[in-house]
Design a protein. Structure first.
Lengths: 170, 199
């Protein structure tokens, strides 16, 4: 990011290539609406680009990036009144009639997992997604989301427990 | 060291949900935005424009005020000793009649000078060190303009010296003659005399 701040456009491309997938999935799984996810995703990167001149090495770039993402999503949830949205059709698509039973069971199991993830409280889902997608440590999650380390750890643990439960049901 | 907050089975199931990527058009839009140069000049240029505008307006207002003050100070009536009331009345009657008045000041300024003589510059006959200009701080500016009327005897003489320096002998002679008529008792220093004397 420092190289990009100095005018090295190639440095941004490297950063973008490294983080685009995880960040996109983080946003997509948070809002579960592709169009909205794309809009938020683009806005997050625009904020990164606009903030290049103010960037200072105070934390890992990943933590800084997900702090921006967290803030943007927090704005989004605030506007929506923290209501959860329904699963999209493509997440709960009906299995084809001629699908083998084992594959159908796997699909149903995955759908239960996706539903459990979607049903997590927003803070727990965010902590889990940050942990899985960005690879942030609990301390970094705490920094990115503006909570204490203990709270971040609890969120991850509660999320894992509920997801394990959903897997056990299958 | 294994992450105590990571569950391999949950992670595997999560990854099975899919590894979605942003659309190529989205990538292209973001990368294009990243290549645009930041508009660092926008804010400084805006500030500079405001400052230039403010300074320009202020200078303009000050110049207008100075010009008014100079016109009032150099109007023939104000250059004279304040007259008694009947003299003012006579003067007023004379003004109403058409008279050959070279370099007469604008009517508005003239009436201003008559209406409030106490607000105008002191009479020219007073000694040079008592003759406080309407705006002494601006003397340098006034002296610099050869075409502008002088405010004080010193400035007038300085202007004559500049005319000499510029090779405008005839204008310098005329101006010096006018000066002597206006300030017959003014003592010109030797140094200044050498600069304004015909060459």
């Amino acid at each position: 990011m420092l190289a990009y701040r100095q005018g090295d456009a190639g440095a941004f491309e490297t950063l973008y290539a490294r983080h685009k997938g995880p960040l996109y999935r983080f946003v997509l799984r948070s809002v579960r609406e592709r169009g909205l996810a794309e809009e938020l995703y683009q806005e997050i990167w625009m904020r990164v680009i606009e903030a290049r001149g103010r960037y200072a090495v105070q934390a890992r770039f990943t933590t800084w990036l997900y702090t921006i993402a967290h803030n943007r999503l927090a704005d989004h949830w605030r506007r929506r009144g923290l209501t959860l949205v329904e699963l999209q059709d493509h997440d709960a698509a009906a299995p084809p009639a001629d699908e083998p039973e084992s594959r159908a069971q796997g699909r149903q199991s995955l759908q239960r997992f996706a539903a459990a993830l979607a049903a997590l409280p927003e803070a727990q889902r965010e902590a889990f997604l940050l942990h899985e997608e960005s690879g942030l440590s609990v301390a970094d999650i705490a920094a990115a989301t503006g909570v204490g380390e203990q709270a971040a750890k609890s969120r991850v643990r509660y999320a894992l427990a509920k997801l394990r439960e959903a897997m056990a049901d299958g | 060291m294994a992450d105590p907050e990571r569950d391999a089975r949950v992670a595997e199931r999560y990854r099975a949900l899919g590894r979605e990527q942003p659309a190529p058009e989205l990538d292209a839009a973001i990368l294009a935005a990243s290549r645009r140069r930041p508009r660092r000049w926008a804010v400084p240029v805006s500030i500079a424009a405001v400052v230039v505008l403010a300074v320009g307006v202020t200078l303009r207002v000050q110049m207008e005020e100075r010009k008014d003050a100079e016109d009032v100070a150099l109007s023939p009536r104000v250059m004279q000793t304040p007259a008694p009331a009947d003299e003012v009345a006579r003067q007023s009657r004379r003004d109403s009649a058409p008279a050959p008045a070279p370099a007469s000041p604008p009517a508005a300024l003239e009436s201003r000078a008559q209406a409030a003589p106490e607000a105008a510059a002191p009479p020219a006959e007073v000694s040079a060190d008592r003759a406080e200009p309407a705006g002494r701080a601006s003397a340098g500016v006034a002296v610099g303009k050869l075409s502008a009327p002088p405010q004080t005897p010193e400035q007038w003489l300085e202007r004559i010296a500049k005319l000499r320096d510029a090779g405008k002998a005839r204008e310098a002679d005329e101006s010096l003659a006018e000066f002597k008529r206006r300030y017959p008792d003014y003592r010109i220093s030797e140094a200044l005399r050498a600069r304004i004397a015909p060459r």
